[in-house]
Design a protein around this ligand. Structure first.
Ligand code: HEM
Length: 415
């Protein structure tokens, strides 16, 4: 069954424009820890497709490291320049300490305040779009919510938000196949410079945002360097913007395609939290993460040598029939739902709570303001070997006049 993986190039973004359901199913059954051979300039790597094996590698930060990159693109290029400085590509003692510092900005009180902003923002954007009748859900709604959330976490002033949004769009978007690499690089540099300035300001007058927390943080008695602070601010955008956006867009597309499930949600027959988990399993916006093996070991009984690259495919693990009953059914009421959309183990997603809030608030706003919706034109798929989903989704809504009237009443009462 090694021929299976010879036919599919997992490093090529074009591969993900095809339906890989059958490929992953057969890989899980016949070659769950598969050697993906070298192609062109790319070295070979392991592709792990079963849920249990993926969890085992995530858990094991003794035999596996993130410090040589955690995405195919950096792993294949031989490393990540932010290694040892940025949380996601730092391991061991320094990772634990840095994570502890960053977690202080994710206290229940701070998160409560940010969740409330997500709720207000989402309700306003969805209510306005439903009243207009049609929108591009990706552009008009989803692109504003995660960046607003991250800007709140970082304490970015309201006047800079549009500027930052335009920079992150050119820096990171996997939207177009021919996205200009030079423009992207310039935008990334501008973002880093911008955060550099904010760090200076917060050092002088700290608040309770992530930047202030990083500026006041110490590891082993030493302050973080400016590079570390800037990179970790930036990492929230890399980690939390497009992933959440793609989950929300996928939620709308999938619900439009599954009217019976939408009805269950609308009638309140399934809880928002439970429904959000299934949305996240179904969407699996980050298709893989990866590690480098540090010492000769094994995964699922297959020997792995020190230095080997190991990639963990969430898009497969989240459809593993040994964990999920009827894995190809979209079932909003699914419990338990042990999806690995946010990873697992020491690097488990720092923003999982906020990602979940963003999806549940979207579901709540949709069911309050709209009786239903349909996809009103062609959706545009992104081009990436890491993320999956859509960058454009035209939608037509059927408004719920009672929900909208109530919204305007409460807003009228609070302004
Ligand atoms: C880590 C997915 C939202 C910030 C991760 C990891 C995954 C993930 C799979 C583990 C990476 C690894 O093990 O190498 C997602 C998905 C999201 C989401 C699918 C949305 C649906 C967010 C948000 C933020 C965020 C909203 C920030 C506000 C981070 C950070 C890490 C991380 C900083 C690194 C944690 C560490 O290394 O200790 N995310 N994420 N993510 N995520 Fe998220």
């Amino acid at each position: 069954m090694t021929e299976l993986i010879h036919d599919v190039d997992l490093a090529d973004p074009q591969t993900f424009h095809s339906d890989l359901t059958d490929f992953w199913k057969r890989l899980r059954e016949h070659n769950p820890v598969a050697w993906h051979p070298p192609r062109g300039d790319n070295p070979g790597f392991w592709a792990v497709s079963r849920h249990a094996d993926i969890m085992a590698v995530y858990r094991d930060n003794v035999n596996f490291t993130s410090e040589r990159g955690n995405l195919l693109v950096t792993l294949l290029a031989g490393g990540d320049s932010a290694a040892g400085q940025m949380l996601a590509v730092t391991d061991g003692h320094r990772h634990r300490e840095l994570r502890k510092i960053m977690l202080t900005a994710f206290s229940p009180r701070a998160l409560e305040r940010i969740a409330e902003r997500v709720r207000e923002n989402t309700r306003r954007l969805v209510a306005e779009a439903v009243e207009r009748g049609t929108c591009d859900f990706a552009e008009d709604i989803a692109s504003h919510i995660p960046m607003g959330t991250i800007a709140d976490l970082l304490g970015v002033p309201a006047s800079d938000r549009e500027f930052l949004l335009s920079l992150t769009k050119s820096a990171l978007s996997s939207d177009a196949e021919d996205a200009g690499e030079v423009d992207a690089l310039m935008a990334r540099n501008e973002i880093l410079l911008y955060f550099g300035e904010l760090v200076e300001q917060r050092r002088a007058s700290p608040g309770d945002d992530v930047i202030s927390v990083l500026a006041g943080g110490e590891i082993d008695g030493k302050s973080l360097t400016e590079d570390e602070m800037v990179l970790n601010c930036y990492s929230l955008i890399i980690g939390g913007d497009e992933t959440s956006r793609l989950s929300m867009i996928d939620a709308v597309r999938t619900l439009a395609d599954h009217p019976a499930q939408w009805q269950l949600l609308r009638d309140g027959d399934v809880g928002l939290g439970t429904a959000a988990e299934e949305i996240l399993r179904w969407a699996t916006p980050a298709m893989h993460f990866g590690r480098t093996c540090l010492t000769d070991t094994e995964v699922g009984g297959v020997p792995i040598a020190a230095g080997d690259i190991v990639t963990l495919w969430h898009s497969s693990g989240n459809r593993d029939a040994s964990v999920f009953d009827d894995p190809y059914a979209f079932t909003l009421g699914r419990t338990p739902n042990k999806h690995i959309t946010f990873g697992y183990g020491p690097h488990f997603c720092l923003g999982a709570y906020l990602g979940r809030v963003e999806v549940s608030e979207l579901l709540s706003a949709l069911r309050t303001f709209s009786r239903g919706f349909e996809v009103a034109g062609p959706a545009r798929r992104i081009h990436s070997n890491f993320l999956t989903g859509f960058s454009s989704l035209p939608v037509r809504f059927e408004p719920d006049p009672a929900g909208l009237a109530q919204y305007h009443e409460t807003r009228g009462a609070t302004v």
